[in-house]
Design a protein around this ligand. Sequence first.
Ligand SMILES: NC(=O)c1ccc[n+]([C@@H]2O[C@H](COP(=O)([O-])OP(=O)(O)OC[C@H]3O[C@@H](n4cnc5c(N)ncnc54)[C@H](O)[C@@H]3O)[C@@H](O)[C@H]2O)c1
Length: 251
Amino acid sequence: MSDLTGKVALITGAARGQGAAEARLFVERGAKVVVTDVLETEGEQLAESLGDAARFVRHDVTDAESWDAAVKVAVDTFGKLDVLVNNAAIYIMKPLTETSAEELERILKVNLVGAFHGMKAVMPAMAAAGGGSIVNISSQAGLEGLMNHSAYGSSKWGLRGLSKIAALELGPTRIRVNSVHPGPIATPMVPYLTTGPGSFPTLPLERTGLPEEVAELVAFLASDAAAYITGAEVTVDGGLAAGKFIPRNMR
Ligand SMILES: NC(=O)c1ccc[n+]([C@@H]2O[C@H](COP(=O)([O-])OP(=O)(O)OC[C@H]3O[C@@H](n4cnc5c(N)ncnc54)[C@H](O)[C@@H]3O)[C@@H](O)[C@H]2O)c1
């Protein structure tokens, strides 16, 4: 069980889905959390449910200038910033030939450039705190080629690479940077996914994952238990990226 006592975290895209599960778990484990998102009602409700340990800030990760204001809320309210979870993202699934350059640019702007802005914005506060942990939420689509994921996959491959470069550059300031690669997780991003045993028969554990299961990994990487881990890419995917799994009905 990862202990986050005394940590201050900023989690983007945390009004719902995995980001919200991370905010809940972080508070449960002793952290203070700044929850950011473009979804105001959901974000406010989540922060309210977490009490004094959480604040909501309406923040679009593509807006470079407002990043400083979001970081300032963490420092002014909770005294410092130790953890950034770059979780906000958008998703499309369509063939390459039907994907427009505008769609590719939009998805890169949110999923990759948003995280880039975030890492730059938190560096001074993290360095002042003596170091920190940045967790970039990539995807299985950032580890393998997935059909019909040219735009989303490019953004997630980019974020995986950016995480490694940042790990090299920020290590001397004691800022760790790792990427997390979820498989199919039941959230509003992919509303057609179901949960429970047998819900995803084409991967080794034969089910979709839950936001809370990703949150456990993110909490670990954010904690001091992961003090020697940086530049790593960690899957939480029921074994999907391990190799070519043959489903029961095809053996
Ligand atoms: N759900 C999956 O199957 C899955 C699989 C692999 C990776 N992921 C990744 O996990 C992360 C969390 O996704 P989720 O499944 O919880 O989906 P989600 O759609 O529930 O959550 C994403 C959140 O990001 C917010 N967001 C979108 N654009 C934003 C912007 N410009 N600025 C600020 N916030 C913005 C959304 O409002 C939403 O609350 C994402 O990075 C996603 O790409 C998801």
